[in-house]
Design a binder for this molecule. Sequence first.
Ligand code: NAD
Ligand code: TYD
Length: 354
Amino acid sequence: MKILVTGGAGFIGSCFVLQRVNSSDFIINLDKLTYSGNIENLNAVSDKPNYAFVRGDIGDSELVKKLLEEFQPDAVVNFAAESHVDRSIVDPDIFVRTNVLGTEILLRTVKEWWENLPTEKKDNFRLHHISTDEVFGTLKLEDPAFTEETPFAPNSPYSASKASSDHFVRAFNETYGLPTLITNCSNNYGPRQFPEKLIPLMTLNAISGKKLPIYGTGENIRDWLHVEDHCEAIYEVLTKGKVGETYNIGGKSERTNLFIVNKICSILDDIKPREDGKSYKEQITYVKDRLGHDFRYAINCAKVERDLGWTPRHTFEEGIKETVQWYLDNPSWVESIKTGEYRKWLEANYNGRE
Ligand code: NAD
Ligand code: TYD
């Protein structure tokens, strides 16, 4: 299968690219390389003949058109986005530019190319948009988990921008018949996540002797999904999902933030004890709550389990241990992200493959 992946240098996109290149699909990875995109995430496949990287923006219609015409993909999978809630609270504009306008330009450009395809290729083509459970808003402790029928009620600028992009995808299916798929997933964890998100941030802060900042009471709940399970689900939906539909993907692992941070501390206490013999839990500190902080997310993924036979393979207990270990085992990845050396390297060495 030939897939044009967008945002494939980020956390989830790179996992998907690695899985698909290693399964002999042909991948072109279009990524702008923002602060969270890291070309080193693709080191393992960068020389493979079935992989190519192109630096660029999903909102660059001319570039996307050229790639579609030259590559003639069977599918486009759109991971490209601004992805961090805290950043969206500080500066929402870029979230509208990439997540809303960028997605719309991508959809329009794909639609204009797709309309002229021969019938069989046209029918078999898929545009798969990656989205979030945050579009559904927030749950109380006693509420049932989000289903595909839960109404949208986004609370942060990030989730509002993702909800808008989902609506555009749906509208392109309804209006023009573009064969689209949407997946809304819960919080991902695993290797190669930019250390602004809870799990890598707490892991790396802990071993650097920094504070572990818990927003509010730490009672907020997220449903944790291993990134490899997520990417396997995306492939199932891409290849077997019903056109025009959405699928929720979750990890069946609801945990409070406080549980997560304590867990990371306990794992580190075992595998990399502090020199003073005290627990990393001593570094936990409660800070001012996030503005508009959603209390709970939880995904009901019965549809994808029933219709497509997917279910998460990782248990949270094993997945979190492996993940913490990965950040300890990959100091050069961590260093490149933290110091910006990677960015300097990129400017000095990047000579493009397009
Ligand atoms: P990420 O921030 O790690 O990666 C985003 C990637 O998109 C980066 O490589 C970045 O360079 C690229 N990008 C940003 N703007 C671009 C543009 N205009 N054109 C081309 N490339 C651009 O994010 P992630 O965690 O890998 O998330 C991937 C997708 O999954 C996003 O759409 C996000 O909303 C969604 N999602 C993420 C999570 C999660 O837990 N991380 C949960 C639910 C949904
Ligand atoms: P995050 O990883 O930013 O994902 P999202 O906001 O998309 O769910 O945050 C996960 C949870 O952890 C969320 O409830 C906010 C909380 N959190 C902290 O308590 N401290 C932090 O430093 C961060 C980054 C997040």
